[in-house]
Design a protein around this ligand. Structure first.
Ligand SMILES: *[C@@H]1O[C@H](CO)[C@@H](O)[C@H](O)[C@H]1NC(C)=O
Ligand SMILES: *[C@@H]1O[C@H](CO)[C@@H](O)[C@H](O)[C@H]1NC(C)=O
Ligand SMILES: *[C@@H]1O[C@H](CO)[C@@H](O)[C@H](O)[C@H]1NC(C)=O
Ligand SMILES: *[C@@H]1O[C@H](CO)[C@@H](O)[C@H](O)[C@H]1NC(C)=O
Length: 395
């Protein structure tokens, strides 16, 4: 209902020069008209920003927040005015996955973890829960704690703690459902150690140690079930060429071929043919444009086409058509461009630029084929913006 104040303002506006207004019928018609207009405006706003919100992907936060002040039926969580984005992590119980793209246009708050953490890992387990491990917290320091998020109840529960506290580590869900944690760094320096989490018991056990301590490395589950770890930084700030393989059936590590470039903050993607594409990364803050391919059948690396841009802190996503999309990153500032790698020709081609330059962001291939890019650092500030990449040209 329109408030008295609104009503009064309208009367005042229309009052002055128009003596005919004082006629009773004009008053009734006028008041009815005002009420209808107010309802029409509210309805239009609801349709515009709630029902058809997906068509407004680049809308600023202003309309959404002004809408929430207009209607009391839309309760906006306190955080959303500062973190409004185009995609939401749904908290309603039946939804177990990230709801993609088009039906929602805000983030909603879900339960807090018990430990604040950064530089941690998150892995979607085969039972649908999400395992978060380790990281760093300025009050506590390096964390060994782990927590499970249950999308069906939107709650976190603590689970067994890792044996070693660590950040800048990797977490990989193995084909048997266990989670392999490798390396990282804590107060004792960079780590060789690796641990396995068993989702059925919530218990961590040590497994064989890597040959090299490393952090800011990559870990990829190969199609044969082995885990390939590449590069990173080791004790004494040594940037690593080396790569190692973990065999889950034996719990052991073996070295495999060295990359031709020592790199950290690079990417590693398992291609549909089973080879692993490593791209970019940096060595003492010099970013690479190079890319290399690992062949699991030989244990050797071969160089492949160079990216157009040198980049570190970027993302690489394997698309459903087999191409690999690389986005953003940093090299003398944040990068706006994106490129596609074609494994059949070993070549890179530029694809559309993102809207924002960003590094240290995320990119996720959604079930509808779009790639969701979120957040990151643009060289000045952390970003709350998110954008979607479409596989198919629409021309
Ligand atoms: C989460 O923690 C923050 C800050 O510690 C607090 O302000 C907020 O109310 C908490 N949210 C929930 C849902 O408990
Ligand atoms: C890889 O490089 C390391 C250090 O440079 C070297 O010790 C090792 O022998 C190399 N491994 C292979 C398989 O070439
Ligand atoms: C890739 O770039 C490097 C320099 O960054 C150059 O030495 C190398 O020859 C290039 N490789 C190809 C295949 O173009
Ligand atoms: C993409 O961005 C780069 C760097 O700003 C620019 O040089 C290039 O022209 C842009 N490409 C397109 C297609 O807009």
């Amino acid at each position: 209902m329109p408030s008295n104040q609104v009503y009064r303002e309208r009367v005042v506006v229309n009052n002055g020069p128009h003596k005919w207004w004082h006629h009773r019928w004009f008053k009734i018609i006028g008041i009815s008209g005002i009420i209808l207009i107010v309802f029409a405006v509210i309805l239009a706003l609801l349709l515009n920003f709630v029902v058809f919100a997906p068509n407004k992907l680049e809308t600023s936060t202003t309309p959404a927040t002004s809408l929430s002040s207009l209607t009391t039926t839309i309760s906006t969580p306190p955080l959303s005015s500062t973190t409004t984005s185009q995609v939401t992590l749904t908290t309603t119980p039946p939804q177990t996955t990230v709801t993609t793209t088009t039906q929602q246009s805000e983030w909603s708050v879900t339960s807090n973890m018990s430990d604040a953490r950064q530089e941690h890992t998150a892995s979607v387990l085969s039972n649908g829960k999400v395992l978060v491990t380790g990281g760093f917290n300025h009050n506590i320091g390096f964390l060994n704690s782990a927590e499970l998020y249950d999308p069906s109840t939107s709650t976190w529960t603590t689970t067994g703690s890792m044996i070693d506290a660590r950040e800048h580590h990797t977490a990989s869900v193995l084909l048997n459902g266990k989670v392999l944690i490798t390396g990282g760094v804590n107060d004792n320096g960079r780590l060789k150690s690796a641990e396995l989490y068993d989702p059925s018991t919530g218990i961590w056990t040590t497994t064989g140690s890597m040959t090299n301590a490393r952090d800011l490395h990559t870990a990829s589950v190969l199609t044969n079930g082995l885990v390939l770890v590449t590069g990173g930084v080791s004790i004494g700030n040594i940037f690593l060429y080396s790569a190692e393989l973990y065999d889950p059936s034996a719990g052991t590590w073996t070295t495999t071929g060295n990359m031709s470039d020592a790199r950290r903050e690079h990417t590693a993607s398992v291609l549909t043919n089973g080879n692993v594409l490593v791209t970019g990364g940096d060595n003492n803050n010099i970013a690479y444009n190079s890319a290399e391919l690992y062949d699991p059948s030989t244990g050797n690396w071969a160089s492949t086409g160079n990216m157009t841009n040198a980049r570190a802190y970027h993302t690489a996503s394997e698309l459903s058509n087999g191409l690999v999309l690389v986005t953003g990153g940093a090299h003398n500032g944040a990068i706006i461009s994106a490129e596609l790698y074609d494994p059949s020709t070993s070549t890179w081609a530029n694809t559309g630029n993102m809207t924002n330059a960003r590094g240290q962001h995320t990119a996720s291939v959604l079930s509808n084929g779009l790639v969701l890019v979120t957040g990151g650092y643009n060289g000045r500030i952390a970003l709350n913006s998110a954008e979607l990449y479409s596989l198919f040209r629409t021309n």
